[in-house]
Design a protein around this ligand. Structure first.
Ligand code: NAG
Ligand code: NAG
Length: 380
């Protein structure tokens, strides 16, 4: 095997809605001839990553980010992967500024500005700090744009931090959606559905929890990171050209997604892993088929991704039922949904097929503690 995975993360699903790490006021007093007070307000929040099992692909409104259909995901624990955003508001800031992973970005970004505008619109207009400028500092602790939904966690976090800063109440998933469509699903924990809504202003295009993580506490996710390289095609432009050119996407939207969505919701409610896994794998495969049907095609999976698909099917066949489900987003990394009881064995199989990198192998598997046995049984 030429390629292998260089990092495997073992995580569970996540129930707590959000964590506010710190929330406090500073009052800095400058003394001197002109004594004055400068107040500032600082908010820091973290937000989780979500991994879709019914994929979102295709918008019916580009500006409002309204999807063609509903989608559904699991929200991952923030223990090992999360986005973190701090916002500082102060009357002494000369301008609005924004840093992403330590690099300053232009604030003149339509999605960022729309989120800020919408949060401020819903805020109490009497808040003294509503007109102060802000500095936003965002960080992800996972590979940005490697298909790990970094923008989803990032925008969910940004919007939650803004909503906390400006003290707004109620659902904020609709605002997160304006930043990055699937970000709306990272606003809730457990199993989350993004409802496409029916109104033209997107008012009812929000996310809702269909079941908490505690409903199926044995569920685990393995994230197999192929590489950190940025993906070749942005999902925004890929999605747009799929809507314009793919006949398969039309069929998927009208015939497949609605039925699949109710079936998988049923499977989750009944904790029917066999059914859940089948739908998850079929939906991932159809999403990538739509990408291939797009003209020109957008290819997100690579040889290692296809190899893991083969390995999982071989494993499930050996077990005579679906014990693991793979799903791939717009990138080559694999996300495997499985129950806790299977984690050890599946990791052993992956290690057998893709030999772990010899250097820093203790860094190879991160997250929840599992012991990996060397296997003698040949599965593949
Ligand atoms: C899915 O999308 C298609 C195309 O927009 C639409 O005709 C269909 O009604 C949608 N179904 C659901 C349940 O969202
Ligand atoms: C905020 O920044 C703008 C420049 O973007 C500046 O014109 C304005 O005076 C600043 N506001 C405050 C309260 O300092």
């Amino acid at each position: 095997m030429l390629c292998s995975y260089h990092l495997i993360l073992v995580v569970r699903l996540f129930d707590i809605k959000f964590s506010i790490v710190t929330y406090y006021f500073y009052y800095i007093i400058f003394s001197g001839l002109d004594t004055y007070y400068s107040n500032m307000k600082v908010v820091t929040c973290i937000a989780p990553v979500n991994i879709a099992v019914i994929k979102y692909w295709g918008k019916r409104d580009e500006d409002l980010i309204l999807p063609l259909n509903d989608s559904l995901s699991g929200t991952l624990s923030t223990e090992f992967m999360c986005a973190k955003t701090s916002i500082l508001a102060s009357p002494s800031l000369q301008e609005n500024r924004f840093w992403l992973n330590g690099i300053e970005q232009s604030f003149n970004n339509r999605r960022l500005e729309s989120c800020l505008k919408e949060v401020k619109r819903r805020a109490n207009q009497a808040l003294p700090h509503l007109n102060w400028n802000i500095s936003i500092c965002s960080k992800n602790n996972f590979p940005t744009a490697a298909g790990l939904a970094s923008s989803a966690a990032g925008y969910a976090c940004l919007v939650y931090a803004l909503a906390t800063l400006y003290e707004i109440q109620g659902d904020i998933s609709g605002i997160a959606r304006i930043g990055s469509g699937s970000a709306c699903r990272s606003v809730y924990g457990g199993w989350v559905q993004w409802c496409k809504g029916t109104t033209s202003d997107g008012g009812d295009c929000i996310a809702r929890q269909i079941a908490p993580a505690s409903h199926w506490p044995e569920m685990r996710v393995l994230i197999l990171v192929v590489n950190d390289a940025r993906k070749k095609y942005s999902s925004t432009s890929g999605m747009r050209s799929s809507v314009e050119t793919s006949q398969l996407l039309k069929y998927r939207a009208s015939e497949i997604v609605p039925h699949r969505l109710s079936e998988i919701t049923e499977a989750i409610k009944n904790k029917d892993f066999e059914k859940f896994a089948e739908i998850t794998m079929k939906d991932s495969n159809q999403f990538h088929a739509v990408c291939l049907d797009t003209y020109p095609p957008c290819i997100y999976m690579n040889d290692v991704s296809h190899c893991i698909v083969d390995v999982i099917h071989a494993y499930n066949e050996y077990k005579t039922c679906n014990k693991v489900a793979y799903t791939f987003d717009a990138g080559p990394n694999a996300c495997l949904y499985l129950l806790e009881s299977e984690v050890e064995e599946v990791l052993s199989v992956i290690n057998y097929v893709f030999s772990p990198p010899t250097a820093n192998s203790e860094e190879y598997v991160k997250g929840l503690t599992v012991s990996i046995k060397t296997i003698s049984q040949k599965y593949y």
